[in-house]
Design a protein around this ligand. Sequence first.
Ligand SMILES: *[C@@H]1O[C@H](CO)[C@@H](O)[C@H](O)[C@H]1NC(C)=O
Ligand SMILES: *[C@@H]1O[C@H](CO)[C@@H](O)[C@H](O)[C@H]1NC(C)=O
Ligand SMILES: *[C@@H]1O[C@H](CO)[C@@H](O)[C@H](O)[C@H]1NC(C)=O
Ligand SMILES: *[C@@H]1O[C@H](CO)[C@@H](O)[C@H](O)[C@H]1NC(C)=O
Ligand SMILES: *[C@@H]1O[C@H](CO)[C@@H](O)[C@H](O)[C@H]1NC(C)=O
Ligand SMILES: *[C@@H]1O[C@H](CO)[C@@H](O)[C@H](O)[C@H]1NC(C)=O
Ligand SMILES: *[C@@H]1O[C@H](CO)[C@@H](O)[C@H](O)[C@H]1NC(C)=O
Ligand SMILES: *[C@@H]1O[C@H](CO)[C@@H](O)[C@H](O)[C@H]1NC(C)=O
Ligand SMILES: *[C@@H]1O[C@H](CO)[C@@H](O)[C@H](O)[C@H]1NC(C)=O
Ligand SMILES: *[C@@H]1O[C@H](CO)[C@@H](O)[C@H](O)[C@H]1NC(C)=O
Length: 679
Amino acid sequence: MLELSLASALWPVAFTLHFLALAQAQPSWQQYVRSPPSNIVHPKTILSNYTKGNIKNADGLVTGAATTVFTRVSSSDETPVLVVDFGQNVVGQLLLEFAGSANGTSQGFPGIRLAFSEALEYLTDRSDYTRSDRADGNPPKIVTTGTDQVAVKNRQYTWEDQWGCEYDGQVCSDGLHGFRYVRISLDALTTDAPYASPGGQVNISSVGLRWSGYLGTPDTFTGWFECSDANLTQWWYDGVYTLDMGTTIFSANDTEPRDATSPSLLGKLVLQDGAKRDRDPYIGDLAVSSLTSYLSHDTSEASLNILEDLAAHQRADGWIPPASIVNYELTLFDYPLYWITCSWDYVFYTGNTSYLDTHYLVMLKILDTYYPAHTDNATQLLVRPDGYGDFAFLPRPGSAAYYSALYVLALNKAASLAEFYGQPADAARWEARAAAVSQGFQNTLWDASVSAYFDRKCDGCTAHAQDGNSLAILAGIANATTASAALEYLAGHTARFYGNAFYDAGGDVLQNGFSDRVYAFISYFEAAARFESLDAAGAISMIRRTWGWMASQDPGITHWEGIGTNGTKYEAADTSLSHGWSTGITPLLTTYVLGVKPTKPGFSEWTVNPVVTNDILWANGVVPTPHGPLEVSWQQNQTGKLIVTVHAPSGTTGTIGDPGVGGEKVQVSGGRKTVVTLG
Ligand SMILES: *[C@@H]1O[C@H](CO)[C@@H](O)[C@H](O)[C@H]1NC(C)=O
Ligand SMILES: *[C@@H]1O[C@H](CO)[C@@H](O)[C@H](O)[C@H]1NC(C)=O
Ligand SMILES: *[C@@H]1O[C@H](CO)[C@@H](O)[C@H](O)[C@H]1NC(C)=O
Ligand SMILES: *[C@@H]1O[C@H](CO)[C@@H](O)[C@H](O)[C@H]1NC(C)=O
Ligand SMILES: *[C@@H]1O[C@H](CO)[C@@H](O)[C@H](O)[C@H]1NC(C)=O
Ligand SMILES: *[C@@H]1O[C@H](CO)[C@@H](O)[C@H](O)[C@H]1NC(C)=O
Ligand SMILES: *[C@@H]1O[C@H](CO)[C@@H](O)[C@H](O)[C@H]1NC(C)=O
Ligand SMILES: *[C@@H]1O[C@H](CO)[C@@H](O)[C@H](O)[C@H]1NC(C)=O
Ligand SMILES: *[C@@H]1O[C@H](CO)[C@@H](O)[C@H](O)[C@H]1NC(C)=O
Ligand SMILES: *[C@@H]1O[C@H](CO)[C@@H](O)[C@H](O)[C@H]1NC(C)=O
């Protein structure tokens, strides 16, 4: 059933005036934006239940009404401690405005020690993570023993947390931090004598933060999303904010300390993996985080910088490093495949086809030199070489399903780029290889006893993993029957109240707790596989559990690197609680609920095909394209029909609807508004 009408290009004058009046009001989606209003951020509250020792006007740090006075006459007095809460996870350099200080009885300026943390459960007298805790490297290690130190001068001045030491190797600070809470104490390390002492008086007139991420205020959004469910809508913006925290200029003094500082990245805009750590851009993470970037902000340059830099470090055998860490020598087996899928995303979302002029041969070498050398010619499956890991350093040597499924996805994406780039022979060769690997995969890895793909085949291996099954579906290895059986298996054997675990119970043989661990990163692929298989209810259910759980926990808003048993932070204090690879909610809602995908580079051709549940009544949004904004809105009426309005930019064409969901396919041109009823 289908109806088609074209709205008049010439709107009545009265309607236009009404529209202009509305346009001046704040669009409703802007209420969900999480960015601070400006580059200097102030704390929201003092956690008074943590306040100890002699402190006057603690609230002054929030109200600004009075100077806060820390006094500790001698080091035997209780340490004055105060905890400020920024109200949400933030990133940058702390600023302390000192209104004066007086020395105590022992020699030296009164000391201030700072301990940072993203979540209150890991707030202690040392930071939840400091770069100093990690190995010597580039930049060279400094020793902070877990806190940042200040020797407060006897005058009025503003101190900014900078990486380095105030004196030769003493009174040291880590510089940038990703955190929500800061514990401020009047104290000093004994190793900082005689410059700083644990006594005296320190007056502080304000605490602030110099924001180091991308300041994603409402005016910076190039794409947006809103739907009838305010929780889903909010999590779309939470994903954007999480990524904004790590969208930054690559700088030597705040990067991952294990030899990640690279001259070819310095000064460039990048997407760091996390705000707190590792602070290095990884190519696998871009499979999700670049999409969040393309769909929300004009920051595609960051993805390009990473793709180009890693391509420039391609090894003679075709392998591409996952990131700059350990001088580009961290050996991951899966990440070169993401370089290919991310190249496809870059070209299709931004339309920068000249990228292929400089990078086509890089792709050719990955696919035709590196992976064939690591293929088991009997099964056609990839074999992970010794000494190589993957996105989570999983102890699964040999032919894990995930590697070959991702390989097929990359071969198909590469074939699509080759087709576009006028290289039909390469496209045909890669498609043929994808078909052969798919056949080998189905023959070797299908576990008919449970109707899902094995994680890998070996004596005693009984695990089934989220990554291998989800990617087998997205890569087209599974047909509709095996796909829905595998998804049903995952739903029945991995569902937790905080998401779907990345392994079934068989995974606990690899490492205890795997069947209770949730990666929002890999969950992105399962949710996408569910939408592609028209299981919108299953996708929305796991989205609500995964992102809803993180939203309901401290620090709130930002998306975690991993979730452990019973919904905990999977690596305790070390867990990054703002990690771009976990922002899949943003591309999932735009791609499947709003329903917009590019089918030619730069959206010169596109599809709009919402896959919805009956509890989402409407959605509105904009997808940025190089031709201009692509606007979509739809409502579901009581009989479940979808009334879809699309206003695509001139110079583009697309189709609305999909015969697969019971609708028809309507071909339309951009430049005018089209209304279609589907269902
Ligand atoms: C202190 O108060 C905060 C909220 O104000 C609460 O979340 C936290 O659990 C309390 N901590 C302690 C140690 O009492
Ligand atoms: C700190 O502020 C208090 C209250 O304004 C004032 O009495 C005291 O002299 C100040 N101390 C220093 C060292 O400036
Ligand atoms: C406080 O201690 C510092 C460091 O020892 C010293 O340089 C400074 O002169 C002292 N201030 C006063 C007012 O004595
Ligand atoms: C850290 O790097 C930034 C950018 O290069 C620079 O502006 C800042 O001064 C540096 N800070 C330190 C302590 O080197
Ligand atoms: C949205 O979240 C709140 C609190 O997290 C919850 O109480 C409410 O039921 C949720 N709404 C929907 C539609 O799921
Ligand atoms: C497009 O890609 C090329 C090659 O990678 C790059 O040099 C160029 O700056 C990119 N153009 C834009 C507008 O980003
Ligand atoms: C599989 O065959 C390819 C191409 O014929 C060859 O390059 C590769 O070394 C073989 N793989 C193994 C593991 O022997
Ligand atoms: C799907 O694949 C399975 C396994 O190869 C096969 O047995 C089945 O016939 C296929 N179903 C369809 C509808 O093609
Ligand atoms: C799991 O968390 C719930 C609250 O979310 C708690 O009641 C329960 O005791 C926890 N179980 C374990 C094994 O930690
Ligand atoms: C839903 O929309 C269809 C198509 O416009 C229309 O035929 C039908 O009457 C509508 N149903 C309701 C309950 O509004």
